[in-house]
Design a protein around this ligand. Structure first.
Ligand SMILES: [Zn+2]
Length: 468
């Protein structure tokens, strides 16, 4: 049984910051002790390896609960495989992803889930779990939901957007929510009024408005707010909790805040792209705006302040990436002359922990809040805590040694995601991942990749831990 001691760092969790040495035994955190205390000295003497973390943060590995590796979309598929995507995640200090298995219309949940297991099995550098995208709510699939919850797939995403693909009408959504209220499954919602958006898309294209920036205009902020409101009230009627994914509009945040003030079990996540990018990027000339096409869309800059505020006040609880990369050449280009044909999605799984550390440096959030929204709360929300998301005795030794003073410039030339551009090209960031352990095994070691495809294990999940 290998013994590793991480010595001299500042251990930061959602709950506290302590100068402590960390003992890792058999892939788990065994104990913490004051730096240079007698017990800590004893560990060091008998350790197989001592990692010097002097001047560094020792933080839990990131938990990214919204990724789409190899997702088929718009006639192509997301360019990161589970192998390349989880390797990039590790480079960025993330040690667990929860990806979305997809049920296609007419298919069983089981068939969809089996398909995703086949893609991920023996490919991942870090641990992973699955949510299930529910595209076809019917008597059979409702029954299958119960079985999946038992097996550790405890959350189901429904879409009010994308008519004809993933879309569910209000009746189907209500049925799935009722089932979730019974079986403990958490309903996750893509809240945009897709029926109304499709009308606006048709009108924009007919009027010759074909550039990427119109993607942002037709997906109106009010249509996100309206759908968010509707999802909240449907969940209230069903007596089920609700988790709204990728919230980008200030007006949608207001709906979530209102529901939470009413005491409802409503939760919301946002993503780095909504915190750091805006419609200014969508309007970049020469079709460059296509790099920033995702749904919900980027919003005008003035929405960012509302998102940061909500992250501070806990009206939003999680920052995930919605990592869904498509190369500019050959994939985003499918939408030249018709923005509605641009595959929706941005790369980001490698950038999230760094961007949120930059938010600490910039004064948007505290250091502990950084860990809370990126590690602890996502783990609690999706039934992985305290195995994931914290550094405490018994937890998996998913640990990042983070250098808070290192300077880096984000670039596609140096990132590890399998995509030909970076959404944050040229952005200067203070802070960088130095070493990453996954269940006690080095994946990144002093800025070198030492992991392997297949180290990452499928991780069944419990139910949401925020419900009484
Ligand atoms: Zn998504």
């Amino acid at each position: 049984m290998s013994r590793i001691v991480i010595r001299g760092g500042l251990v930061v969790t959602a709950a506290e910051e302590v100068h402590a040495d960390v003992l890792v035994e058999g892939g788990r955190v065994a104990a913490l002790a004051s730096h240079d205390s007698d017990p800590a000295r004893g560990w060091t003497a008998s350790a197989d390896r001592v990692i010097d973390a002097t001047g560094k943060y020792v933080i839990p590995g990131g938990v990214d609960v919204h990724t789409h590796m190899e997702l088929p979309f718009g006639g192509t598929h997301a360019s990161d495989t589970f192998e390349t995507g989880t390797r990039a995640a590790a480079w960025g200090g993330t040690t667990t992803i929860v990806d979305f298995a997809v049920q296609s219309v007419g298919e069983s949940l089981r068939a969809g889930l089996d398909g995703w297991h086949a893609k991920a099995d023996a490919q991942c550098a870090i641990d992973y779990g699955f949510h299930m995208i529910l595209s076809d709510v019917n008597e059979d699939t409702l029954k299958e939901m119960d079985i999946l919850v038992e097996e550790g797939v405890t959350s189901f995403k429904l879409f009010m957007a994308y008519p004809g693909v993933f879309y569910s009408d209000d009746g189907r959504i209500l049925r799935a929510m009722q089932r979730g209220a019974d079986n403990g499954g958490l309903i996750m919602m893509h809240a945009e009024n897709g029926i109304a958006i499709d009308v606006l898309v048709e009108q924009a294209l007919a009027a010759g408005r074909t550039d990427p920036r119109y993607h942002g205009e037709v997906r109106h902020a009010l249509l996100e707010a309206e759908a968010t409101h509707r999802a909240i009230r449907l969940a209230q009627v069903a007596g089920s909790p609700l988790y709204v994914v990728h919230v980008s509009a200030q007006q949608a945040v207001e709906q979530i805040a209102l529901a939470r003030d009413e005491g409802l079990n409503v939760f919301g996540e946002t993503c780095p792209q909504y915190l750091f990018l805006s419609t200014d990027n969508l309007a970049e000339p020469d079709f460059e705006g296509a790099k920033y096409v995702c749904s919900t869309p980027l919003r005008p800059k003035d929405h960012q302040a509302a998102l940061w505020k909500a992250l501070r006040t806990n009206d939003l609880q999680v920052v995930s990436t919605d990592h869904c990369p498509f190369c500019f050449v050959g994939q985003k280009e499918l939408g030249r002359g018709d923005f509605s044909k641009i595959p929706n999605g941005l790369p980001g799984v490698e950038n999230r922990m760094d961007l949120l550390h930059q938010a600490v440096v910039d004064g948007h959030i505290s250091r502990r809040r950084w860990i809370e929204i990126a590690c602890a709360t996502p783990a609690r929300m999706f039934g992985l805590y305290p195995r994931k998301g914290t550094i405490a005795p018994g937890a998996d030794a998913d640990i990042v040694i983070y250098d808070p003073g290192a300077e880096q410039v984000v670039s596609a030339a140096t990132h590890h995601m399998n995509v030909d551009y970076s959404a944050y090209e040229g952005k200067r960031i203070t802070g960088r991942v130095e070493t990453v352990l996954s269940r006690g095994e080095p994946v990144i070691d002093g800025r070198e990749y030492v992991g392997r495809a297949g180290h990452g294990q499928y991780t069944p999940r419990g139910t949401c831990q925020y419900l009484v």
